[in-house]
Design a protein around this ligand. Structure first.
Ligand code: NAD
Length: 319
């Protein structure tokens, strides 16, 4: 039986990835600084460890005197735009510590295959309709936030260890990911979850607040598609970063319309000042398409699976 370590498994994508690896027949150790907030982990073993600490990274990576066949590093100090713009020092400090210790000890202990979760936040701000950027065009770099710079640095750390220490390193840059069992309140939630929550909180007719004028464009990727992509990238020969995203680009206003349609509510938007982030990022999916991956879920499909879950969370909190 193949073994896998998933770091950040108490979080949204890591939690879904554990389920995917279990379906694929792996023995899985999950590691996170906290338990999963919304469900019992599907992992064979769950260890609560702070991966900023070097000794904890060694403990996480050690299995029966050896190490794992595959390591998936998704742990990060992470959140939506509100968090990313206010917690720059935490991001630069905490996520770098996690990544330098994890990469160093994974290579030293002889992990054969190591996955690092990066982000399309490594790309510069773009205008909608600008030609798509390939992965290589992230350099020369000009991310609009420190989160993107941290990801770029940690990608390069992982690639350096891969080149020099014979560890197969695979890197994916995720576009905005959404789905059930993700953060939906508390300040770290991303736009799809925040808009689902705000819509669930109003009556059949109501107004929700949205940061900015709603014209910023994003590609929203449903979590099942994302974990399928992660698994494919990990088992591919593709070296260097690989973008994973849906080809469907939507404005925030269109996201609100989709949520309203799925909820059956009449939603009016009040645009307010807030940290919107970039106007757009148009990036090429050609590398992941070369593996036969394509997002199976449209935004509407994904919101149809996400909104009812968030609505249930809102109802449960009220009762
Ligand atoms: P998440 O916040 O739900 O999961 C990250 C997990 O890392 C959390 O459970 C958190 O507790 C854990 N963590 C943080 N600090 C830790 C520490 N010191 N030790 C151990 N665990 C720690 O976020 P997510 O959306 O599941 O994102 C997973 C990965 O994907 C992250 O690396 C993130 O940067 C990347 N990513 C996510 C998106 C997205 O849209 N969700 C987009 C681009 C990249």
């Amino acid at each position: 039986m193949k073994t896998a370590l998933v770091c950040g498994a108490g979080g949204f994508i890591g939690g879904h990835l554990v389920k995917k690896l279990k379906r694929e027949g792996y023995w899985v150790r999950a590691v996170d600084i906290k338990n999963h907030e919304f469900e019992t982990s599907a992992a064979d073993e769950f260890k609560r460890l702070d991966l900023r600490e070097e000794a904890n990274c060694i403990e996480a990576l050690t299995l029966n005197g050896g190490t794992f066949d595959e390591v998936y590093q998704l742990a990060a100090d992470m959140g939506g735009m509100g968090f990313i713009h206010s917690a720059e020092c935490d991001i630069m400090h905490n996520s770098v510590l996690i990544n330098i210790h994890m990469t160093h000890h994974a290579a030293r202990l002889g992990v054969p295959r190591y996955f690092f979760s990066s982000s399309v936040c490594v790309y510069r701000d773009m205008q909608p309709g600008e030609p798509e950027m390939t992965e290589a065009q992230a350099i020369p770099a000009n991310p609009d936030n420190e989160y993107g710079w941290e990801k770029l640095y940690s990608e390069r750390v992982a690639m350096a260890y891969g080149r020099n220490q014979g560890m197969a390193v695979r890197i994916a840059r995720f576009q905005n990911c959404y789905g059930p069992y993700g953060t939906w309140t508390g300040g770290r939630e991303k736009a799809p979850a925040a808009i689902c929550r705000k819509t669930a909180e109003i009556g059949d007719v109501g107004t929700i607040e949205v940061w900015g004028d709603g014209t910023a464009v994003r590609s929203y990727t449903y979590v099942d598609d994302m974990v399928d992509g992660i698994y494919l990238v990990m088992h591919s020969d593709l070296e260097g970063a690989v973008n994973i995203g849906s080809p469907e680009y939507n404005t925030v206003n269109e996201l609100v319309d989709t949520v309203a349609q799925v909820s059956g509510k009449k939603v009016t938007v009040k645009h307010i000042d807030g940290p919107v982030g970039v106007q757009s990022r148009n990036f090429s999916n050609e590398r992941i398409y070369s593996l036969g991956w394509k997002a199976k879920n449209s935004l509407k499909d994904g919101i149809e699976k996400t909104y009812p879950w968030i609505q249930d969370q809102v109802k449960a909190l009220k009762s």
